[in-house]
Design a protein around this ligand. Structure first.
Ligand SMILES: [Zn+2]
Length: 152
């Protein structure tokens, strides 16, 4: 019998698979899951993947991700797949979808950008300039954001 790494299945919740290797913790950050969470989490990093060489996997028990949360994951891990599990069955499978423009999620890295103004800041808006790796351009000042996890 071949030895394989078996990952304990969950009964209810969400499995985020095919995360770019090394980015699992950024996925948790984008979902606003921090060390004070009560959620039962499994984070697996750098497992072998036929498709990707190496990948990360995150499992969140008893929580089904909403579509807007799923799309946020695309901002950092464009190959990710989302499996929603109920009673140990996969009831839904999604690929993440990177929108052409992103409003209000990414913070502009330029402190002088109008979206960072102290008084009456306008909502940030970025255009996707590259999907993989993901890169975004601020429509107000043109600043390019490459590491989204630092600008959430
Ligand atoms: Zn800007």
């Amino acid at each position: 019998m071949k030895k394989e790494l078996k990952i304990v299945p969950i009964k209810n919740g969400t499995v985020i698979d095919h995360i770019t290797a090394g980015l699992a913790l950024n996925v948790l950050k984008i979902l606003k899951i921090n060390t004070r969470t009560d959620a039962v989490l499994s984070v697996v990093m750098n497992v072998k993947s036929k498709l990707m060489g190496r990948k990360d996997i995150v499992k969140v028990e008893d929580r089904e991700l909403k579509p807007e949360e799923v799309d946020k994951i695309a901002l950092i891990a464009p190959n990710a797949t989302i499996n929603i599990i109920r009673d140990s069955e996969v009831v839904a499978k999604h690929k993440v979808y990177l929108p052409k423009s992103i409003e209000g999620i990414i913070r502009c890295a330029n402190p002088n950008c109008i979206s960072n103004a102290e008084r009456e800041p306008v909502m940030s808006k970025f255009i996707t300039v590259s999907e993989n790796p993901p890169r975004f351009r601020c429509i107000f000042c043109g600043r390019i954001i490459e590491d989204v996890s630092r600008n959430l």
